[in-house]
Design a protein around this ligand. Structure first.
Ligand code: URA
Length: 277
């Protein structure tokens, strides 16, 4: 186990995995430079505890997952250099202290000045490029509402990838993507990253439709170290070519590993079953 996770001998016949609350899980897992984990706030830990609990009923599972998904989509405060509006850059100081980017922090913005109702000019920003969501069915569809909650009319494509029973490799069964996807930034949605096989296949599909590698951001709830490594090393150039540096993989939590069926441990079981069935 990674140093932040303690295997406790206190429950006979059963290993319990407990998180040492004072430690960040991200800091104990060597993350590839293009992966980012949300700060392990007590709020996030409490939310994850609810969805991991096998006793949590569907209503609470859906509500709580949606809250975490919203945090992921909005992904707020990171230690990137803050964007300073031109007026601030000119004066060398910000009236607000650290200027935070609008949420959806990993999308590039360009300066935009608007006039307020009291006749003053406000130097702000507006999103630079068009975006779309692409969910990896079925579990990724659970993240669509969170994305729509932030980007009302966002276009959403879908990709269905399943294991080929003959080759045991991930196989593309269905893809329906916006016609102009090649000009868009893509938020790829899948809550659970196990081996990374489906995610890699989905990224290949996006690339084959002309999406630029550096315009894909993978949003994920819980990732295994193996999956994180596989995706991030396979696509090392996956970066936003933007005014804001951004990693392509944003996950709420990195877990311990995988079991023999490639389920994430401690994980939360089958996300799609718990959310939809
Ligand atoms: N998909 C899931 O739903 N759960 C896992 O643990 C791994 C993949």
């Amino acid at each position: 186990p990674s140093p932040g996770i303690a295997l406790s001998p206190s429950s006979p016949g059963r290993n319990t995995i407990s998180l040492l609350a004072s430690e960040s899980n991200a800091k104990n897992v060597k993350l590839p430079p293009n992966a980012l984990v949300l700060p392990p706030t007590t709020q996030l830990q409490a939310l994850l505890t609810i969805i991991r609990d096998e006793k949590t009923q569907r209503g609470d599972f859906v509500f709580t997952s949606d809250r975490i998904i919203r945090l992921l989509v909005e992904e707020g405060e990171l230690d990137y250099p803050p964007y300073l509006p031109p007026a601030t850059q000119r004066s060398g100081q910000s009236p607000l202290g650290l200027v935070k980017l609008p949420r959806l922090n990993h999308l590039p913005v360009i300066p935009k000045t608007v006039r307020t109702p009291v006749g003053m000019e406000y130097d702000g920003v507006s999103f630079q490029g068009r975006i779309c969501g692409v969910s990896i069915m079925r579990a990724g569809e659970a993240m669509e509402a969170g994305l729509r909650g932030c980007c009302r009319s966002v276009r959403i494509g879908k990709i269905l990838i399943q294991r080929d029973e003959e080759t045991a490799l991930p196989k593309l069964f269905y893809a329906k993507l916006p016609d102009d996807i090649a000009e868009r930034y893509c938020l790829l949605l899948d809550p659970m990253l196990a081996t990374g096989g489906s995610c890699i296949k989905a990224i290949e599909v996006l690339l084959s439709h002309g999406v630029q590698e550096d315009r894909i951001i993978f949003l994920n709830l819980i990732a295994s170290p193996e999956g994180t490594h596989n995706v991030c090393t396979r696509f090392p150039k996956l970066r936003m070519a933007s005014t804001v540096p951004a990693p392509p993989l944003i996950t709420a939590w990195i877990d311990e590993g995988l079991d023999s069926r490639s389920y994430i441990v401690p994980g939360l079981g089958d996300f799609g079953d718990r959310y939809f069935l």
